[in-house]
Design a protein around this ligand. Structure first.
Ligand code: 2P0
Length: 318
């Protein structure tokens, strides 16, 4: 009745932003992401009939604000009549600061809970459950470059390839938790941004363009569509009412750093999620130059680096 699982966060190159059905947390658009290797969340789930309520420890401290979503996720995996659970989570990177900590958390949780309860559920079933709690978490069940397709009733998730050694260099500009969560910001964008309908309408074409670039291993084509898609997503938040601006001045400086590297012929592009960190995607030979330039950008607090990694998996019987 106990298991531990690890999942890595994923970074979207073609972004999920907007919900088709907020109740079931179905995304309005498909997305394409990279599952990372060196950043992780490890979750241990222990079901115990003697417990009166679920418990959550996050990096050694009790974390009651996340508990309702954890409990809901456990219900979806193991059934509402399940035993209560003691859940412990460890995470080796900043939480809730636009580094996709909820993706790795819920991906690890569904695998640990499914193993602890011996449900025998397959990966897509677990991905759909994770996605119902946190849309991006569905993608962290799968390795490499991952495609999420938004259907009318349910999502599909699959690995496109694990055989293109893209690297990610993250410039951390601020480690505090974001002011507006991405779920609330998405709903606000859908309700108030004048550009939301165009965003939804163009997403399928951006995904086709990105998939062609991946298939052809065409880095500059992937760079062009990923930066365009990222800037469109942030245009939605900027034009929501009230507006949501996730960037700070260091984020902007990092964009200029990437532009300079590109002008020097370095294979790199940027993406930014619901937080102020800049994520640079590059080819392996460019990692030293990209990491050095971002580290030298004034205001950058630290650099994280990762290649592409595995989908969520069980670590030990626990
Ligand atoms: C993404 N983000 O594709 C986009 C880009 C943030 C920016 O998916 O509301 O925490 O729980 O389904 O999964 C972050 O959103 O949102 C996210 P909910 P989630 O990675």
């Amino acid at each position: 009745m106990r298991a531990t699982a690890q999942a890595q966060p994923n970074i979207a190159l073609i972004k999920y932003w907007g919900k088709r059905d907020a109740e079931r947390n179905l995304p309005a658009v498909g997305s394409l992401s990279l599952t990372l290797e060196t950043l992780w969340t490890r979750m241990t789930v222990e079901f115990d009939r003697d417990l009166e309520a679920d418990r959550l420890q996050l990096n050694g401290e009790s974390a009651n604000d996340m508990l309702p979503r954890i409990s809901r996720c456990l219900d979806l995996v193991a059934g509402a009549d399940r035993a209560r659970a003691a859940v412990t989570s460890e995470c080796n990177f900043p939480i809730a600061a636009g580094l996709a900590s909820s993706a790795s958390a819920f991906a690890a949780l569904v695998v640990a809970a499914s193993e602890a309860a011996a449900t025998g559920s397959d990966t897509l079933t677990l991905a759909r459950i994770a996605g119902a709690v946190s849309g991006s978490a569905a993608r962290s069940l799968y390795p490499g470059i991952v495609l999420l397709t938004a259907g009318d009733k349910e999502i599909r998730v699959e690995t496109v390839t694990s055989d293109w050694p893209l690297e990610l260099v993250v410039a951390v500009t601020d480690e505090s938790a974001k002011a507006v969560g991405s779920g609330a910001a998405m709903l606000r964008s859908a309700a108030t941004s004048p550009f939301y309908a165009a965003w939804v309408e163009q997403q399928a074409q951006d995904i086709v363009t990105a998939l062609d670039a991946v298939r052809e291993r065409n880095f500059s084509a992937l760079a062009a569509v990923a930066e365009h898609n990222c800037l469109k997503m942030h245009s939605l938040t900027w034009t929501s009412r009230p507006p949501v601006v996730y960037w700070n001045e260091v984020t902007m400086s990092c964009i200029q750093t990437v532009r300079k590297l590109q002008a020097d012929g370095v294979p790199v592009f940027f993406t930014i999620d619901a937080g102020p960190q800049l994520k640079a995607v590059c080819l392996p030979q460019a990692v030293p130059a990209v990491a050095a330039s971002l580290e030298a950008t004034p205001g950058v607090r630290r650099i994280l680096q990762s290649g592409l990694g595995a989908g969520a998996h069980r670590l030990s019987p626990g």
